[in-house]
Each structure stands twice: as structure tokens, then as C-alpha cells.
Design a protein around this ligand. Structure first.
Ligand SMILES: C[S@@+](CC[C@H](N)C(=O)[O-])C[C@H]1O[C@@H](n2cnc3c(N)ncnc32)[C@H](O)[C@@H]1O
Length: 269
């Protein structure tokens, strides 16, 4: 099913911007349309204006739409080889220059990514008490942030974690879910932040991990974001992207590849 005409798309976009505070024009139009289409399918509506009417008459649909627009798929140690490289090369290189790392995990969804980084940092700290890290984890979606802060995961979500890591970093709750232990939670500060705002959440950062977030952004927004990250990193700081993401032409010169297969870049000195 496709909407028969584009009638009402602009009006619907404005409504979404005002009520959900999501700036649709910063995302690829095709992406917004695909997400809307999936909600239209679920609500049995077939044109944008009809869906807008439905939204107005069924306020709970707003939350469904927010979830559809901010896809939150994530997992612990997503792309294990990237984390191997961080553990074996990036963190040791950074720790040569300082004892405490400042890391921004941008677009952290339900927390699996920052907790994966925190596990590595905590394991480094167990081997050498003088080394530690602090992670600022942000997302635009406060619903996923709440889940991230709670740090409770289903057995299925634990899939990629070794028994040793589960034992070390999680407590099994009576209902069969797993809760992150306080030593990991204390490494991370979760807060809401819109990556389109042009403002970094912090500065003097040693590493920014922003993975699988910009795939939905326009080229212009991607470039703006890379400039924001560049300004927030220390010279030589690392920018970790998702495997399918890339640096735009306009900003390529700001970074040098550290590992172009794993999409890890460094801010030029
Ligand atoms: C597919 S998830 C990626 C999660 C994690 N980084 C990973 O790689 O597994 C994308 C996340 O980006 C967030 N996001 C989308 N647009 C955003 C924006 N403008 N500012 C901050 N976060 C945003 C979504 O809410 C979602 O949680």
C-alpha cells in the first residue's frame, strides 16, 4: 500500500515537528515517508491527511509514531571486531596520554552500546586501578534513555555476551531478566540530547562513538554533525562510526582514517 497522493505530507510533517519535537526536514524525506507508511499500514489509513486525522483522534498513536521515527535497534558488542579494536588498540593508545578517558556515546538507544564500552573500561580498570573512564551517553528519545538508565535486559538481549561477562557485570533477577551492576552504571551519565542541535553534550572528549544513527540524516546534517564532533574532540581524538556510515566530502579533511574498514577516524592534529 502506498499513499495515493502526497496531499497532507507537509501538514503532517509540521504537526510531527510541533508535537513530537522531531525536526523531519533534517532527515531524508524518503526515510520519513517509509516510517509513516509503516504506521499508516498498522492504523489502516491510506493517505497522509487521513493518518493525521487518526493521530489527532488517537493520542496514543503519537508514541507509536515516535518509536517508528526513532528506530532503536541495538545490541551489546554490535560488530564485535570494532570492540576488539577499541580494546586492543584504541584504548591502550589513549591511556598512554591520560589516566581517565572521556567518551561520548551519541544515539545510545537502550544502553547496550555504552554498557559494552563500560564493560571494557571496567575490565581495564580491574587490571590497572589507575586507569578509568567516564561515558556521556545521549539519545533524543527519552523512552529508550529511561530503559538505558534502568539497565535491565531480557535473556535474549544477553545473547552475544560471554558467561564470564554476564557473571561479572550483571545480576540475574527473579523474573529471569538481567540488571547491570552498579560498577558499570557509575561509569555512565545518561542524558537527553538532540544531535541536530549543533551543540556537543560535552567537550575535550577522547572518543565519540556515534554508530548507526546518521543513516537517516541528510548529507548536510551528517556534515554538520561531523563538524560538531570535530569541535568536541581533543586533537587526535577518535570518532567511531557505524559500519555502513561514511564521512562526507566536505568534512573528510577534518579526520584521518585510523581503520577505514571498522570506520574509526581520528581528529587531525
Ligand atoms: C539504530 S539506533 C543505534 C543505537 C546504537 N548507537 C547502536 O549502534 O547500536 C539509533 C538511535 O539514534 C537515536 N537518534 C535518532 N535521531 C537522533 C537525534 N537527532 N539525536 C539523538 N539521537 C537520535 C534514536 O533515538 C536511536 O535510539
Amino acid at each position: 500500500m502506498t499513499p495515493e497522493k502526497d496531499d497532507g505530507f507537509a501538514v503532517l510533517k509540521r504537526y510531527i515537528e510541533q508535537t513530537l519535537k522531531i525536526q523531519c526536514s533534517n532527515y531524508k524525506e524518503d526515510y520519513i515517508k517509509r516510517r509513516l507508511l509503516s504506521r499508516m499500514r498498522s492504523t489502516g489509513t491510506s493517505a497522509y491527511d487521513e493518518y493525521l486525522r487518526y493521530l489527532r483522534e488517537h493520542p496514543p498513536e503519537l508514541e507509536n509514531l515516535r518509536n517508528a521515527l526513532t528506530i532503536n535497534v541495538t545490541e551489546f558488542f554490535r560488530d564485535a571486531d570494532v570492540y576488539d579494536l577499541l580494546r586492543k588498540e584504541v584504548f591502550p593508545a589513549l591511556f598512554k596520554g591520560r589516566k581517565t578517558l572521556r567518551i561520548w556515546c551519541a544515539g545510545c538507544s537502550t544502553g547496550e552500546e555504552p554498557y559494552s564500552l563500560a564493560m571494557i573500561l571496567s575490565e581495564i580498570n580491574a587490571a590497572d586501578k589507575t586507569l578509568s573512564g567516564q561515558i556521556f551517553a545521549t539519545d533524543i528519545d527519552e523512552v529508550v534513555l529511561k530503559k538505558a538508565k534502568d539497565g535491565i535486559y531480557s535473556e535474549k538481549a544477553m545473547g552475544k555476551l560471554s558467561e564470564a561477562r554476564i557473571h561479572r557485570h550483571f545480576t540475574r533477577l527473579p523474573d529471569g531478566t538481567y540488571q547491570v551492576k552498579p560498577h558499570l552504571q557509575s561509569i555512565i551519565r545518561f542524558r537527553p540530547h538532540d544531535l541536530m542541535s549543533g551543540q556537543p553534550t560535552s567537550r575535550f572528549l577522547d572518543m565519540i562513538s556515534c554508530r548507526n544513527v546518521t543513516i537517516y540524516f541528510t548529507e548536510k546534517q551528517k556534515d554538520e554533525l561531523a563538524k560538531t564532533f570535530h569541535s568536541a574532540l581533543v586533537p587526535g581524538g577518535y570518532y567511531v562510526m557505524g559500519k555502513t556510515e561514511y564521512l562526507g566530502r566536505e568534512v573528510e579533511g577534518l579526520f584521518t582514517p585510523f581503520n577505514s574498514i571498522q570506520k574509526i577516524y581520528r581528529k587531525k592534529e
